[in-house]
Design a protein around this ligand. Structure first.
Ligand code: ATP
Length: 188
């Protein structure tokens, strides 16, 4: 099985995540793309991340009715910090393609056991405005498959800020996620 893994805080999961997953699914002929919300995002500790329960619910709703997208709660169930290398190891037997935004790819050598991780996966990188391709290729000691998608100037931080200001986040996220955010007052 050829599996894409798209990990993130998903606070909330937004359209750029879905578009990157879709591009990877087509371009790398994946069987499935797993969206894996981090239980305890160690690089974002103390920054007021929404509860794992909300992020899990939103991630599940975000992939609903897309047969080749699944949400996986493996990192939420695991105690302690969420390390991608351990997540990839848990899919032993699969060929794993790690799907990352260009900003995340830039920092990959700061990740826990990054050498083991890079040995184990192929990399599919989504362009992100403000991050140069050469910069990424220089930072990542492995060939990269660039995803063919429009660079989208959108982050979960932007979506949260819009919601907190009372601006609409409809169509920035899937419909059921938009509804969930309103019903549960996730961003106030
Ligand atoms: P935040 O603003 O809270 O830091 P984020 O929008 O960057 O969040 P994450 O959940 O942290 O989202 O990201 C999960 C993955 O999706 C990361 O690899 C990130 O680089 C990638 N990603 C997020 N937004 C985009 C985007 N607009 N274009 C390409 N990749 C993206």
């Amino acid at each position: 099985m050829k599996r894409g893994i798209l990990g993130g805080t998903f606070d909330p999961p937004h359209v750029a995540h879905l578009i990157a997953g879709e591009a990877a699914y087509r371009q790398l002929a994946l069987d499935v793309v797993s969206f894996v919300p981090a239980g305890s995002p160690w690089q974002k500790a103390d920054s007021g991340v929404s509860s794992a329960e909300h992020r899990w619910a939103m991630t599940s709703l975000s992939v609903e009715h897309i047969p080749y997208f699944v949400a996986d709660d493996i990192e939420i169930r695991r105690e302690g910090s969420s390390f991608m290398v351990e997540t990839v190891e848990s899919f032993d037997g699969d060929d794993v393609v790690l799907i990352l935004g260009a900003d995340a790819a830039l920092g990959i050598r700061s990740w826990h056991r990054w050498r083991d991780l890079l040995e184990r996966v192929e990399l599919a990188v989504a362009p992100r405005p403000g991050v140069g391709r050469h910069e990424v290729e220089h930072a990542v000691p492995k060939p990269i498959e660039w995803l063919d998608m429009a660079p989208l100037d959108l982050s979960a931080t932007d979506v949260r800020e819009r919601a907190r200001k009372g601006l609409s986040i409809r169509f920035y996220v899937r419909e059921r996620v938009w509804q969930y955010v309103q019903e549960h007052h996730v961003y106030g």
